[in-house]
Write a protein that binds this ligand. Structure first.
Ligand SMILES: NC(=O)CCC(=O)C(=O)O
Length: 270
């Protein structure tokens, strides 16, 4: 069994506090036996347009990435570093870094699908006013097997998670920050759907809810198994959510309902 932890941190506009809080939470999760620990989307600044550029960091000059490397090496764990605003050639990306137990970056995902929505009597957000989009599907290898990685709104694109599964991912991490319109409506269903669709473990990592913040996250970080069952789900408050993962169970479900050998891509991949 593999112990995974999701750190649902309360993110403020004080970057150093956010980094210290993330460092403490990751350390506690590792102390409690987690071997893979993940943070939420934009763990170093609030998920709100005005904070992205002023908190953006270049990869080789990044306090946030340095913290991820340090804590991963100290505790000999994998850290899925939620996401941060990444500055590159004057563009800002919503980027997730993954660090191995040696403290090296082994993956980097730039959010592909930007959250541009306008819901009547609900949330209006235009991420593309502030951020540029990535254009690569991200999977990475660990001693526990291949893992897929995408960010928040990316989960709404089933083809993306299917692609990761076809590339061999048995677990998919989704640092995210759903809100009070779409969170209650879709969060749980999306994670369960992607888990059942692809027979993978799905991990959703949210910031804690800050009702006074510029953006109110839903919270409810979640772990779903390949059968679509919720193994653990957080509340709206700060917390660490743990899950015991059995990767043989992925194979069991895939053998029992062999969708990968039954699929007929020649009919629908046109
Ligand atoms: N940060 C995001 O991409 C938010 C996505 C979201 O809330 C959704 O409903 O999708």
């Amino acid at each position: 069994m593999l112990k995974v932890a999701l750190c649902q941190t309360l993110v403020s506009d004080k970057k150093l506090n956010n980094l210290e809080n993330a460092y403490r939470k990751i350390s506690r999760a590792a102390f409690n036996g987690a071997k893979i620990v993940s943070l939420c989307e934009m763990f170093n600044c609030p998920y709100s347009g005005q904070y992205f550029r002023i908190n953006a960091e270049e990869e080789d000059d990044s306090q946030s990435v340095d913290m991820l490397k340090k804590v991963a090496k100290e505790w000999q764990i994998y850290v899925v570093g939620g996401s941060i605003p990444e500055l590159c050639e004057n563009k800002v990306y919503n980027t997730s870094y993954v660090v191995n137990p040696q403290g090296e970056i082994i993956a980097k995902h730039r959010k592909i699908h930007l959250f541009d929505v306008d819901i009547q009597n609900g949330i209006r957000f235009k991420e593309s006013d502030f951020l540029s989009s990535g254009n690569e599907v991200t999977v990475f290898d660990t001693i526990y097997g291949r893992i897929g990685l995408c960010i928040c709104y990316d989960i709404r694109f089933p083809e993306l998670i299917r692609k990761m599964s076809l590339m061999g991912a048995k677990m998919v991490f989704v640092p995210a920050a759903f809100n009070m319109t779409t969170g209650p409506a879709h969060w749980t269903t999306l994670f369960r759907a992607r888990a059942i669709d692809n027979q993978v473990y799905m991990f959703g990592i949210s910031p804690a809810r800050d009702i006074n913040g510029a953006y109110t996250s839903y919270g409810h970080s979640i772990i779903v198994n390949p059968w679509g069952e919720i193994l653990n789900e957080g509340s709206e408050f700060e917390d660490i959510i743990y899950g015991e993962i059995d990767l043989d169970y992925v194979d069991k479900v895939r053998n029992e309902i062999p969708i990968y050998s039954h699929r007929k891509p020649e009919l629908y991949n046109k």
